[in-house]
Design a protein around this ligand. Structure first.
Ligand code: FMN
Length: 366
C-alpha cells in the first residue's frame, strides 16, 4: 500500500468563522500570563504567542514563560516562541515544549536587539538564508504539529526576502507572521505592507500582517491591502486591550466598541492587580506599570500631559492620583482609538537610531 501523505495540521479555528485572524504579538516582559489574562478579559485575540524562550546549550524553558502556557485559562491557543540558532538545542527545546499544551512552536527570525542579532539569532539569522533553511528543516522534522515562523522582511534590506519565503514553503511552515520592517529599522519608519502582501501571495500558509496595526480600522485596511489572513498586534494592544474585540466588530461590519477614559482607568487598575506578586516592591511595581502606561498615554490626551505627570510618580498612591486626575475628570471622553500624533511612547527607540533598543520594555519604552 502506498504511503498516504500526512494531512497538514489545521490551524486552530478563530473565534469567528470566515473572519480575519487576530494574534497578540510576542513581547518580552509583556506577554506573560498576567497580561494575557488582562487582554482576554477585554476580548481575546484568536492566538497568543509567548515571549521568546532563549535556546542555547544550557537553556531550559523559563518557568514564567511556561506558566503562560500551562496555566493559561483564556481558552485561546498559545504558540511557544523560540529564539536560537543551535539546531540540537532548538530540537531539544521544541520537543520539551510539546509536553505542554502549546498550539505550536514558533521560531523568532526578527528580534532586532544588537545583543541578540550579534549572536546570530533572531533577526541576525536573516543575513544567512542557508542557515535559516537548516533550522527550518530541523524544526519541521521535530514538530509533528504546527510549526510557525515570525520574521522581518530582512536585515539591512529585503534582498533575501524571496529566498526566505521559498524556504517557508519548502519546509511547510504552517503560519507566517511578517513584521514589515527590516532589522535595521528596529521599530521606526514605515512598515512595508507591500512586502507583507507579496508574502501573502507567495507562501502557501496563512500570513499574519504585523507592524503598526494601530486600530480596528487600520487592521481592516491592512488585511484589505495585503490579502493577509489576519493581523498580529503588539504595542497597540498594550495601549488598547479592546483592540481584538474591536477588530472582530469591524471585520463583521459592526461599529467598534467606543472606549472612554473611565474604561482606561479600569484597565490600569486591573493591570496593576494582575501584575502584582508576593515580594514585588511597590516602587518596582510602579516602575513596571509605567512601562505599560507609556503606551496607554498615547490615547489619553493630545499634548502628552498624562504621560508627563505619570512618569514623575514615585509610588502607588501618586500613580493612581495622576490616573484619577487625568482619566476621571472627564470619564466619558473618548480614549482615542488611534494614538495621538506626536505623543511618543518610547522616546529612546523612536528618536535615536543609535539606541541600543531591542525586544524589551526596558529598552523600548524607557
Ligand atoms: C516590548 C516588546 C517586546 C518584544 N518582544 C518580542 C519577542 O519576544 N518576540 C518577537 O518575535 N517579537 C518581539 N517584539 C516585536 C513584536 O512582536 C512586534 O513584531 C513589533 O512590536 C511590531 O508590531 P506592533 O507595531 O504591533 O507593536 C517585541 C516588541 C516589543 C515592543
Amino acid at each position: 500500500m502506498s504511503a498516504v501523505p500526512a494531512l497538514p495540521p489545521a490551524l486552530p479555528a478563530g473565534l469567528l468563522p470566515q473572519t480575519p485572524l487576530t494574534a497578540l504579538a510576542p513581547m518580552q516582559d509583556v506577554t506573560d500570563l498576567a497580561f494575557m489574562r488582562v487582554v482576554a478579559h477585554y476580548g481575546p485575540p484568536d492566538y497568543f504567542f509567548t515571549e521568546f524562550l532563549r535556546v542555547h546549550a544550557q537553556s531550559r524553558p523559563e518557568p514564567h514563560i511556561l506558566r503562560s502556557i500551562d496555566e493559561n485559562e483564556t481558552g485561546r491557543p498559545v504558540f511557544a516562541q523560540l529564539i536560537g540558532e543551535d539546531i540540537t538545542h532548538l530540537r531539544r527545546t521544541a520537543e520539551a515544549l510539546l509536553h505542554h499544551p502549546v498550539a505550536g512552536i514558533d521560531l523568532n527570525l526578527g528580534c532586532p536587539a544588537p545583543k541578540v542579532y550579534r549572536k546570530n539569532v533572531g533577526g541576525g539569522l536573516l543575513r544567512e538564508p542557508q542557515r535559516v533553511g537548516e533550522i527550518l528543516a530541523a524544526l519541521r522534522a521535530a514538530v509533528p504539529g504546527l510549526f510557525t515562523v515570525k520574521m522581518r522582511v530582512g536585515f539591512e534590506d529585503a534582498r533575501h526576502f524571496e529566498v526566505l519565503l521559498d524556504l517557508v514553503n519548502e519546509h511547510r511552515v504552517d503560519l507566517l507572521s511578517v513584521h514589515g520592517r527590516t532589522v535595521r529599522q528596529m521599530y521606526r519608519g514605515e512598515v512595508s505592507y507591500d512586502l507583507i502582501g507579496h508574502a501573502a501571495k507567495r507562501v502557501r500558509c496563512p500570513v499574519l500582517a504585523n507592524g503598526n496595526v494601530t486600530s480596528a480600522e487600520k487592521a481592516a485596511s491592512v488585511v484589505g491591502s495585503t490579502g493577509a489572513a489576519g493581523v498580529m498586534i503588539g504595542r497597540h494592544a498594550i495601549r488598547n486591550p479592546w483592540i481584538f474585540r474591536q477588530c472582530r466588530e469591524r471585520f463583521t461590519g459592526r461599529e467598534p466598541f467606543r472606549t472612554t477614559l473611565a474604561h482606561a482607568r479600569e484597565y490600569i487598575e486591573r493591570l496593576y492587580r494582575a501584575t502584582a506578586f508576593p515580594g514585588l516592591a511597590e516602587h518596582q511595581h510602579v516602575n513596571k506599570m509605567k512601562k505599560y502606561l507609556n503606551f496607554v498615554g498615547q490615547s489619553v490626551d493630545p499634548d502628552g500631559a498624562f504621560l508627563h505627570d505619570m512618569r514623575r510618580t514615585a509610588n502607588e498612591r501618586e500613580l493612581f492620583t495622576v490616573c484619577d486626575r487625568h482619566l476621571l475628570a472627564e470619564p466619558d471622553r473618548e480614549f482615542a482609538p488611534e494614538p495621538y500624533p506626536g505623543v511618543i511612547a518610547r522616546p529612546n527607540c523612536e528618536d535615536s537610531p543609535s539606541a541600543s533598543g531591542g525586544c524589551s520594555l526596558e529598552t523600548i519604552s524607557a
